[in-house]
Design a protein around this ligand. Structure first.
Ligand code: FAD
Length: 389
């Protein structure tokens, strides 16, 4: 140690580059995204103004590599974007998050030709990309899906449906998982395809009426003998489910970031409130009972944030223990978001329960992070599997 200064030791801290990114996204979120958040929720309307603002700054799909016209944000930078947008509007954060979810299968397994064709329009903001794995009867048990893809000469014909597809109807492109070999081995008989919104036989259902993330449309999508050319296959035939699940290892980290952002938004609002709200002749923030709640909330969020960032680094490096960390980050951060937003509503009392403040929206929005991209029970199975292997 002699003769060395602190500067010689590696820091366990975000570099200036990430800190600067956070500052830029926070400013953008507060100025251009927060003002639309309540209306997007109340009217259950896609937040086009948020999309335009994100697009203007190249943040609609920041993860797309520079080679395909994107900003080339790494997994940690993408998490910071999603976290900061979620801090004010969880629905808007699903723009970069689901563009990533939809395109990671192409990035992990797609041919150069398919990447060249589909990634640039998403990077530029001309198009959005959704991810279609779940079905009404096959949610956690994805391998039991019934959507079929049948080869017909050089083309494929898709029949069936997919359920709860985020941003369906707004997205132009969809990564769709379908059984291509009904007699093949369970889980080894699924292929991934890109389907375009104007492909013949493709249609979308009405918007689901939801508890939260109301600004992000969720719909069923239908394939009625939907015919697509053979060059729409992503990765290898029969390997689609593996590709879909590898995708989730990476994108669960972004849901963890969404959860951290929602929870941070709730804490920031609660802190402002308890400083100015007076009862018994003093600000309620003076009461130790309130302070202990705030302290617990902040500790949990900070711990979740650190876990998400470590998982993001593992996603970027594609470490072997990414499945554990992706599941742990998503599961822990979303459980924290649910607890923290519930406590934040409590700290505002009656006001927290009304739409005069964003806390009730944040509490409703937090709930989905425990459900999508695999419920938290499924995350615990993934975690336990990697322990017991
Ligand atoms: C708003 C919204 C957006 C979504 N977006 C997308 C999307 O863009 N693309 C997509 O493909 N899907 C999407 N989904 C689907 C989502 O991923 C599924 O809802 C989720 O994976 C759970 O499936 P399920 O709803 O069928 O629940 P089920 O699988 O029926 O589970 C019901 C309950 O049983 C529990 N359970 C099931 N199996 C087990 C088990 N083995 N051990 C312990 N508990 C178990 C679950 O944890 C849950 O609590 C979205 C869902 C919603 C609500």
């Amino acid at each position: 140690m002699a003769g060395r200064s602190l500067a010689d030791f590696p820091h366990f801290a975000l570099s200036d580059e990430y800190q600067d990114l956070r500052k830029v996204v926070r400013e953008l979120s507060e100025e251009k995204i927060a003002p639309n958040a309540a209306a997007a929720d109340e009217k259950a309307e896609f937040p086009q103004a948020s999309y335009d603002a994100l697009r203007e700054m190249g943040l609609n799909a920041p993860h797309i590599p520079e080679a395909y016209g994107g900003g080339g944000a790494d997994a940690l930078a993408t998490c910071i974007v999603i976290e900061e947008v979620s801090r004010v509007c969880a629905s808007s954060a699903l723009i970069p998050a689901v563009n990533k979810l939809g395109t990671v299968p192409l990035l992990l397994g797609g041919s150069e030709q398919i990447k060249q064709r589909y990634l640039p329009p998403v990077a530029s903001g001309e198009a959005m990309f959704s991810y279609a794995l779940s079905e009404r009867e096959a949610g956690s048990d994805t391998a039991s899906m019934s959507c079929r893809a049948k080869r017909d000469g050089d083309a494929w014909v898709l029949t069936g449906h997919k359920s709860w597809i985020t941003n369906a109807g707004v997205s132009r492109y969809y990564t769709v998982l379908a059984v291509s070999d009904p007699d093949g081995p369970r889980g080894g008989n699924v292929t991934a395809f890109v389907v375009e919104a104007d492909d013949p036989g493709f249609s979308v259902g009405p918007k689901e009426r939801k508890l939260g993330i109301k600004g992000s449309p969720t719909r069923e999508i239908y394939f009625d003998d939907c015919r697509i050319p053979g060059d729409r296959v992503v990765g290898e035939i029969g390997q689609g489910l593996k590709l879909a699940l590898r995708t989730l290892d990476h994108t669960r980290v972004t849901i963890g970031a969404q959860a951290v952002g929602i929870a941070q938004g709730a804490i920031d609002n609660a802190v402002d409130y308890v400083k100015q709200r007076e009862q018994f002749g003093r600000p309620i923030g003076d009461f130790q009972g309130v302070q202990f709640m705030l302290a617990d909330m902040a500790m949990q969020v900070e711990a979740a944030r650190q876990l998400v960032y470590v998982a993001a680094a593992k996603s970027e490096r594609v470490d072997r223990d990414l499945p554990f960390f992706g599941a742990a980050a998503k599961c822990h951060a979303s459980d924290v978001a649910m607890r923290v937003t519930t406590d934040a509503v409590q700290l505002l009392g009656g006001a927290g329960y009304t739409q005069d403040f964003p806390l009730e929206r944040m509490m409703r929005d937090a709930k989905i992070t425990q459900i999508y991209e695999g419920t938290n029970q499924i995350q615990r199975l993934v975690i336990a599997r990697s322990l017991l292997r």
